[in-house]
Write a protein that binds this ligand. Structure first.
Ligand SMILES: Cc1cc2nc3c(=O)[nH]c(=O)nc-3n(C[C@H](O)[C@H](O)[C@H](O)COP(=O)(O)OP(=O)(O)OC[C@H]3O[C@@H](n4cnc5c(N)ncnc54)[C@H](O)[C@@H]3O)c2cc1C
Length: 499
């Protein structure tokens, strides 16, 4: 009887499916267990909202405009992913691949459908020549780092240990090693993915879907669910040695510090990362925000004073330093797997990114002052922070700018205003206003009318050009790819490109 019911629903839906993806057809969502369940591999699991594990399976890093889920499918094989996409298509139900849950953008708020939880696709196979590795599409960053480290290898990965590996990579992907090797997406050799029609495809520079290869490296969330990928890997040099030096400054030094960071960015060797923060910490200053400057260098037991002397000379409130290995960097940066950055929480965080060639020190002073006002003690936004990422760019610049969908290879600095407040949707409009106005200070100071917004940090209020590039040919190319591979906009929830 169950089989007959499944067949009837399957046939009925298949007919509707060919007519329209947008027709609102409401089926009892627990049919997913009887219809999709038998098509999945033995290790896969369907978690319905009635299951005690449902909350855990669908928890998010930020509650800002978060996606709503009717069921979660914990896939174990690439065929599970394909079967789930086909089931969702046949029933006109949206689907969304999830790994690290850190994706936070207003367009996700429109999602209401099936979560495809990718963690079961977690294999790592290092090639015999040690130059590439093939990973499952559900890997988190720390899993890629750990698996390679055990073999004396490394590759470019996001700095936060618990984001998915691919979430960052599909939007380009910034990482500490990019100065040496390029962006995370620049490491891809090939990938296997399920496209909107539920078909598994191989995608690479020279394969049958080579046109998609360009789009997957910068706008990849728009075209498919990656089930596995092969990337370049490298021997760990210097025994993995890295050092960092951290300075804390007060308001009086802000302009001078950012002028010095401009100087640093012209000197940075490939194995260096500069990350700075403005935030409140009453143990450092009970009344005002502070500016933290972190300089990390590879292959040395203390950061070379050539790079730090100028910061010391500015008179910081404190200086600390230590050394360790590449694997310590997430912990130093406060985004290790045991830190708050990796906890799913009842918090609303929104990010407002802007890429810059260099800092306008006057604008940075104004930004600090405005941040001070909006985060006064007692404000619901007083746990907000502003992050400044100064990656070395040598490896990124070696890749021709038109060869991938990542648009912003010329920017030296990536600033992200991050508003944070206890979850209260009533505060969202205010948070969006605060973030937009703080970011506008930097745009006004940049001398450029174009807001470059790294797609993986975007709030969702930005224009398509802002996320995908201002050269008209970029959006034209992306829209053509979208029309070919996702004409019904099934991948229409994460920074979507409309057809
Ligand atoms: C604390 C923190 C630190 C961060 N650090 C960095 C960093 O160092 N470098 C950097 O570049 N970015 C960084 N980011 C931004 C990060 O790139 C995005 O937030 C990204 O969306 C996170 O991916 P996820 O898997 O964790 O999130 P998820 O919410 O699980 O996924 C985000 C989106 O990616 C898509 N997706 C996920 N898996 C797949 C797949 N297998 N195939 C196809 N599409 C898929 C889906 O559209 C999904 O909605 C950071 C974000 C946070 C919050």
């Amino acid at each position: 009887m169950a089989a007959l019911k499944a067949w009837i629903i399957g046939v009925f839906c298949a007919v509707l499916f060919t007519d329209s993806f947008t027709t609102a057809i409401v089926f009892p969502r627990d049919d997913i267990a009887s219809v999709l369940g038998p098509q999945l591999s033995s290790g896969a699991q369907i978690v319905l909202s009635s299951n005690p594990d449902f909350g855990n399976a669908t928890a998010r890093w930020s509650l800002f405009d978060h996606p709503k889920f009717t069921a979660a499918v914990k896939v174990r094989t690439e065929e599970d992913v394909a079967a789930t996409v086909r089931y969702a298509n046949q029933n006109s139900i949206p689907f969304l691949a999830v790994v690290g849950t850190h994706g936070t953008i207003a367009s996700l708020g429109k999602f209401n459908g099936i979560e495809i939880l990718m963690h079961g696709l977690n294999s790592t196979v290092i090639s015999k020549d040690g130059k590439t590795a093939t990973f499952g599409g559900g890997k988190k960053s720390f899993q890629v780092i750990d698996d390679l480290w055990a073999a004396g290898k490394q590759t470019v990965s996001g700095i936060c240990e618990c984001t998915g590996y691919l979430g960052p990579a599909l939007g380009g992907g910034h990482g500490v090693l990019q100065g040496k090797y390029g962006l995370i997406a620049d490491q891809f050799i090939s990938m296997r993915m399920v496209t909107a029609d539920g078909v598994l495809r191989d995608v690479s520079a020279s394969g049958p879907n080579s046109d998609l290869w360009w789009g997957m490296r910068g706008a990849g969330h728009n075209f498919g669910i990656v089930t596995s990928f092969t990337s370049k890997i490298y021997d760990v040099p210097y025994g993995g040695l890295w050092s960092h030096e951290t300075f804390i400054f007060n308001r009086s030094k802000v302009e001078a510090v950012f002028d010095t960071i401009n100087w640093l960015s012209t000197q940075q060797p490939p194995g260096m990362f500069n990350r700075d923060l403005i935030y409140r910490d009453p143990t450092k200053d009970p009344n005002n925000p502070v500016l933290e400057v972190d300089i990390l260098e590879e292959g040395v037991s203390a950061v070379n004073s050539t790079f730090t002397d100028r910061f010391r000379a500015l008179g910081p409130m404190s200086v600390t330093s230590s050394s360790g290995t590449y694997k310590d960097i997430p912990r130093w940066a406060g985004v290790g797997r045991h830190t708050a950055a990796c906890k799913k929480k009842d918090f609303t965080k929104i990010r407002f990114p802007i890429g810059l060639i260099s800092y306008n020190a006057t604008a940075l002073g104004a930004l600090f002052d405005e941040f001070t006002k909006v985060t006064v003690p007692g404000s619901p936004f007083n746990r907000s922070e502003i992050m400044f990422e100064g990656y070395s760019q040598h490896g990124v610049r070696e890749i021709p700018t038109d060869s991938t969908a990542f648009p912003d290879r010329a920017d030296n600095q990536l600033v992200t205003i991050g508003t944070a407040n206890s979850h209260d949707p009533g505060l969202d409009a205010q948070a969006l206003k605060i973030g937009d106005s703080l970011r506008q200070i930097l745009l006004d100071g940049s001398g450029s009318p174009d807001m470059h917004s790294y797609v993986n940090y975007a709030a969702g209020t930005e224009s398509l050009q802002s996320m995908y590039g201002f050269e008209p040919w970029r959006l034209k190319k992306l829209k053509e790819l979208k029309a070919k591979y996702d004409p019904h906009e099934r991948f229409g929830y994460y920074a979507p490109i409309p057809v």
